[in-house]
Design a protein around this ligand. Sequence first.
Ligand SMILES: *Cc1c(COP(=O)(O)O)cnc(C)c1O
Length: 240
Amino acid sequence: MTEQAEIRNNLTRLEDSISAACRAANRPRAEVELVAVSKTHPAAAIVEAVGLRLHIFGENRVQEFAAKSAELPPDVRRQMRVHLIGHLQSNKAAKAVEVFDALDTLDSLKLAERLNEAALSLGKRMPVLLEIKLSHEESKAGIVPDSAELAELLERLPSLSNLDAQGLMTIAPLDVPEDETRACFRNLRLLRDRISAAHPRLNLPVLSMGMSGDFALAIAEGATRIRVGTALFGRREYPA
Ligand SMILES: *Cc1c(COP(=O)(O)O)cnc(C)c1O
């Protein structure tokens, strides 16, 4: 199969599953945006995906996407929005604001301040999601729900006027029983509801949660954005 045919087949199957999950949750399909996670895949795969009417992409490394971006035809790049979904070090904030359309992994006040400055100097308003750590795994990134860091960031966000905070993002723990995964997604939604009640100046409609292995559970718990790589582009090959 050509790469294009493979992505097309995968997308058909994926769309069926997303629609089924929406029906089961009594939610309109239009409430759930699909982020095509193209990390490790070549620019050509992105071009194919845009040809299949996918418009939102997720990449996890600044340098990797900067290189790919240079290979994308300008008319393709104009048709897509690319979100950084990997951890960002604050010293790379300026580059990230330059190459990405949104950052889904805001995880500190320091990073928020750097991003705001970078966005200001580029004349941009950067959409951001706050990444929340709801898993006890040491490896997981994100801000801890009841931390001072989160409280301070929420206080500061309304005055960082070149950032547009739109919602929350989380990564569920891998290889745990389904009810634990579900609880993690539910907790993100409940946290968003609590934050919204306490901070009426923030409007946080977006819940980015769910990946290839668990997006149906995330949709059941209110995801408005799912991030799917493997089920769309196939397995990732990492260099040794
Ligand atoms: C890689 C990645 C995904 C996609 O994972 P799949 O299991 O391949 O769908 C989603 N979210 C984040 C943050 C990722 O790093």
